[in-house]
Design a protein around this ligand. Structure first.
Ligand SMILES: C[S@@+](CC[C@H](N)C(=O)[O-])C[C@H]1O[C@@H](n2cnc3c(N)ncnc32)[C@H](O)[C@@H]1O
Length: 245
């Protein structure tokens, strides 16, 4: 009988290989081929190579337009699944958080390919925690607003008061974002942290306020993935992580 292929859409976590879940690791061990995203990170890719796995780059840079490249990635999953292979589609963080995991799952469903979605540790919480920033605090912040920096900042206005704001994909627009938040009534002194390469050896945190952070970012050559945290909880980082920041 023909061997039936299977696709696992797996979250790889924020980059540190030790933040892969046990479930993800077990599935990776059973895979015939791994299609990995740009955000998966060099340390995990090295680890996969050391395991002797067949690995294929299936990433998309932020400048590439979604459609065409996504179609190629979908077709790669289909190609290997139709060969009867166990495919791991490995994505940074959690596959359903700003990761097009949902689009890929819908594609597999439509094609009649069996699949399972494996949650991952998202950068949303792992990166701030690893930098010593608690997203909530009993006296300071009781909610968290998670947004993409490509959003229109005006859409956040009803959630600004007591929220910590976590912004993904926002480093290139940080100046406009901070300006808009001040216009919407946020105190210009509100602390901001930009965490680059969170959870990796090369993790770097740049601190400032809504009024100063964009100048600091312009000077600090931030090339890796970066997550922005806005809110008073940022003040904790210096105390909690004084050896790391
Ligand atoms: C397309 S989103 C994918 C998010 C991912 N699915 C998750 O759950 O973390 C990519 C953005 O996540 C953030 N990000 C992911 N990993 C990161 C890391 N290790 N350090 C800092 N930011 C990270 C950055 O803002 C990056 O531009």
């Amino acid at each position: 009988m023909e061997k039936k292929g299977f696709v696992y859409l797996v979250g790889a976590g924020p980059g540190d290989p030790e933040l892969l879940t046990i479930k993800a690791l077990n599935i990776i061990k059973s895979a015939d081929v791994i299609l990995y995203d740009k955000l998966v990170g060099d340390d995990i890719v090295k680890f996969l190579k050391a395991m002797g796995k067949e690995i294929v780059y299936a990433g998309k840079s932020s400048h590439e337009k979604g459609g065409a490249r996504q179609e190629e990635i979908n077709n790669l999953m289909k190609h290997y699944a139709k060969m009867g292979k166990i495919v791991v589609r490995l994505k940074g963080g959690d596959p359903f958080v700003f990761g097009r995991g949902c689009i890929e799952a819908e594609f597999l469903k439509k094609e009649g390919i069996d699949f399972e979605i494996i949650p991952g540790v998202s950068s949303i919480n792992a990166v701030p925690t690893n930098a010593g920033i608690p997203l909530t605090h009993p006296e300071i912040s009781s909610s968290v607003l998670v947004v993409t920096g490509r959003d229109n900042v005006l859409r956040w206005k009803n959630a600004l008061d007591h929220s910590t704001i976590v912004i993904l994909m926002g480093k290139d627009r940080i100046e406009q974002i901070c300006k808009k938040l001040i216009e919407l009534g946020k105190n210009p002194e509100t602390p901001v942290a930009v965490i680059e390469n969170g959870t990796l050896e090369s993790q770097k945190t740049i601190f400032g306020s809504l009024s100063t952070i964009s100048g600091k970012i312009a000077k600090a050559d931030v090339k890796g993935p970066a997550l922005i945290v806005v809110g008073d909880v940022v003040r904790f980082a210096k105390n909690l992580m004084d050896r790391k920041v």
